[in-house]
Design a protein around this ligand. Structure first.
Ligand code: FAD
Length: 418
């Protein structure tokens, strides 16, 4: 990885070097392409201040872990990864819980939990070994324009404008993607009127590799197992309630959390720094334009209730890398060729549609105070627990194995010899 700009056009210019953009650069590196990776905030080792590699913890599907193994970066992350052996789903004040057990599904784990800063550090460590990837950071992509058979990414860096010509520009600049928007690709946005508070807690009892999902009338709670016996929480509330909770002292905050979550992990002893995120659903109408592809949160962002956002975004990256690799193997050396982008768009629309419908359906089913939804929920949890095929389907989704699965997510390299 080096940091000089080149007058020669790049094969690809990726705007955004967050979780998905950095993964895409890594996935493409073995193809021998010249790639510019433009990132707004240069990550600092060990810091949780980066907008993508921050203090959140992410539940990684098994498919995602296979991608990281294929990209040879899992070894940088593995030590801190906590396997999820069981998911426990419950609803406050209602009878009925559901459990999905890894062993019952014939799996070692239903997924793995990692702090985002560990994932980010691992990805950037991997990029250091990729001579074809030029890192341009800190630099802000503000848009792009077509120029013959190239697209020029316009970048602000050190107060000056730079223009980076490439055969394909990729918008990986997150939910508020400037590059997507400026290219005229619209995105629907729906605000849920919910805020997620995230923090790390220390509990009296060991989590025993169980991830908890608890639905309450005020919003869902997820408690994810972490290394050293700690757990990561995602506590969803209405924005004004979240503001109140964020302003509380640690002890009062923990007392309220304990009341809502209960004593499954014994007493909650400590809480770390708290951060908050406004939750919404956004999805693009299109994944591509001429010589432009959209990946990750720039293409869709969703409620964290089902832990699908990054897993889906990484499949965007793995699918784009795969269609480019296959086109190249068939003699098409231009990664921005129309047919290649059309193949990418077709693949992603199906996957996006399924995951967005599943996640949004869960938010609405468990977010509704109406009697019918409540009845369905309770019956649903009980039936779900007693109905193995439903559990198997859910487990498949949680391991990221529904629909057409990218080769990297099956552990198959994109090009032989890697
Ligand atoms: C509370 C919470 C919990 C979550 N938990 C899970 C989970 O358990 N499992 C899961 O799969 N997903 C989870 N997600 C979703 C997941 O975090 C996102 O899907 C993921 O971060 C998307 O990665 P990305 O790289 O596409 O976008 P981002 O993480 O937003 O990264 C975008 C990158 O682009 C850079 N950038 C932005 N604008 C520009 C610009 N103009 N020029 C250059 N660079 C730019 C930013 O600095 C950043 O590095 C969760 C989300 C939240 C809010």
């Amino acid at each position: 990885m080096n940091s000089t700009l080149s007058a020669q056009p790049y094969d690809l210019a990726i705007a955004g070097g967050g979780l998905v953009g950095a993964s895409l650069a890594l996935a493409l590196a073995p193809l021998g392409l010249r790639i510019a990776l433009v990132e707004g905030v240069a990550p600092v080792a060990g810091s949780g201040e980066h907008p993508s590699f921050d203090e959140r913890t992410t539940a990684l599907a098994n498919g995602t872990v296979r991608v990281f193994r294929s990209l040879d970066v899992w070894r940088h992350m593995e030590r801190e990864a906590m396997p999820i052996r069981r998911i426990h789903v419950s609803e406050q004040g209602r009878f009925g819980t559901a459990r999905i057990d890894a062993a019952e599904q014939g799996l070692e784990a239903l997924g793995y939990v990692l702090p985002n800063r560990v994932i980010g550090a691992g990805l950037w460590e991997g990029l250091r070994a990729c001579p074809g990837v030029e890192l341009i950071a800190p630099a802000r992509a503000v848009g792009s324009e077509l120029a013959g058979d190239l697209r020029v990414l316009v970048v602000e860096r050190d107060g000056a404008e730079q223009r980076i010509a490439a055969r394909l520009v990729v918008a990986a600049d997150g939910a508020r993607s400037l590059v997507r928007e400026q290219a005229g690709i619209e995105s629907d946005h729906w605000a849920y009127g919910q805020t997620a508070i995230i923090a790390t807690i220390t509990t009296q009892r060991f989590h025993a590799h169980v991830a908890y999902e608890r639905f309450t009338p005020e919003g869902p709670i997820a408690v994810l197992p972490l290394a050293e016996g700690r757990s990561g929480i995602v506590w969803t509330r209405r924005p004004e309630e979240a503001e109140r909770l964020l302003a509380l002292g640690d002890e009062e905050f923990l007392a309220e959390f304990q009341r809502t979550f209960g004593f499954r992990l014994g007493r909650i002893l400590k809480v770390g720094a708290r951060h908050s995120y406004e939750l919404g659903l956004a999805r693009t109408a299109r994944h591509v334009a001429e010589r432009l592809a959209v990946v990750g949160n720039a293409a869709q962002s969703m409620h964290p209730i089902a832990g699908q956002g990054f897993n889906l975004g990484l499949r965007d990256a793995a699918s784009l890398a795969e269609v480019i690799a296959d086109a190249s193997a068939a003699g098409q050396r231009d990664p921005g060729a129309r047919e290649t982008l059309a193949a990418y768009a077709k693949w992603r629309e199906e996957d996006q549609g399924r995951i967005v419908a599943f996640t949004d359906g869960l938010v609405r089913l468990f977010g509704s105070p109406l009697g019918l939804a409540r009845g369905l929920r309770s019956a649903g949890l009980l039936a779900f627990d007693a109905f193995p095929p439903a559990k198997a389907a859910m487990a498949r989704l949680s391991v990221g194995a529904a629909g057409r699965v990218p080769r990297l997510a099956r552990g198959v390299p994109l090009v032989t010899g890697h």
